[in-house]
Design a protein around this ligand. Structure first.
Ligand code: MLT
Ligand code: MN
Length: 308
């Protein structure tokens, strides 16, 4: 069995975002809307070894609010055996700094993302004698390991998805996609070794080409990039100048959107994650929320638990 907990369901910035005073963010401050922390999952195949999929700046709070991730054995212990990151965005790596304090871990990323972590010496707080940094290669499945070298009970397949390099690595002179390479943003297929149950985790994705659609065909569960409802929503809200496409994110709605792209693929359960604070589907009674649910999608919330 796979046990999946969405420990952070919002996109970078969270909901509310520290400097945002839209009606929606203010509602999240007063409790009139459900607040959300930044993008991360915790997954286990054996109820003992947990793996984080992305490590958000809110990780300390997320661990404290998730009893399964609390220390269990002795004075210094964590059920967290490792971390797998899907890109080098701040919302997906800053939480690695929370995992200092001499805990053994295995850290998986593409070689490109490992290069970014190596180039930022602050990540050396992860003691190299205790934290193994292992590469993920696109298209090559591998078995998750515990820090002791035992099986973590899951097979991971990393694959390329359309996307963009992290904001702080953009090279404005490198053409339309700012020097992005295929290893900069990946999707993951995560499978239990014991029972064979599997799901897809794709928190950042700019479009759904035919090969990605084919991959998702008939999947039991897809957790998918739900950053924006519509491409120009940050401009319309008056809080930013960037479109979703400029940020490397597909929208939920529209003919090119995720809802249309996954329609007809027979995916059993479709859940949006990495939801930006401008996205109206965050509000439980919005017309967009009703529409997305009527079309067979769920909007993730912090603490959402799914068992496969
Ligand atoms: C994104 O998902 O586009 C990034 O997390 C944005 C950011 O780094 O603020
Ligand atoms: Mn992000």
């Amino acid at each position: 069995m796979l046990r999946i907990v969405v420990i952070g369901s919002a996109a970078g910035g969270g909901f509310p975002q520290w400097n945002c005073s839209t009606d929606a963010c203010n509602q999240a401050r007063t409790g009139d809307a459900l607040a959300r922390t930044q993008s991360s999952l915790a997954v286990t195949a054996d109820d003992e070894h947990w793996y984080l999929f992305n490590a958000s700046p809110d990780l300390r709070h997320q661990i404290n609010s998730t009893p399964a991730l609390h220390p269990k054995n002795g004075l210094r212990h964590s059920p967290i055996s490792g971390v797998i990151v899907t890109n080098a965005d701040v919302d997906h790596i800053a939480g690695l700094l929370t995992l200092r304090e001499s805990a053994p871990l295995v850290l998986y990323a593409t070689e490109r993302v490992h290069g970014t972590l190596r180039a930022n010496s602050v990540f050396n707080v992860l003691n190299s004698e205790l934290v193994a940094r292992l590469p993920m290669t696109l298209g090559q499945s591998f078995e998750l390991k515990t820090p002791e070298g035992k099986s973590g009970g899951m097979i991971i397949e990393p694959f390329v998805v359309p996307g963009k390099v992290a904001l702080y690595l953009e090279n404005p002179d490198a053409g339309p996609n700012f020097g992005s390479q295929s290893e900069d943003t990946i999707g993951l297929r995560i499978q239990s070794m014991e029972g064979g149950e599997y799901f897809f985790y794709i928190p950042g994705c700019a479009s759904v080409p035919p090969e990605l659609a084919a991959r998702l065909q008939s999947a039991p569960l897809v957790l998918f990039d739900g950053t924006l409802w519509q491409d120009d929503e940050m401009q319309v809200a008056g809080v930013g100048i960037k479109t979703g496409q400029r940020m490397g994110h597909i929208s939920m709605s529209g003919p090119e959107g995720a809802i249309a792209a996954l329609e007809g693929l027979n995916v059993v359960r479709k859940v949006f994650v990495h939801i930006n604070n401008t996205n109206p589907t965050l509000l439980a009674d919005s017309p967009e929320r009703h529409k997305v649910e009527a079309l067979g999608w769920e909007i993730a919330f912090d603490g959402m638990e799914i068992c496969l």
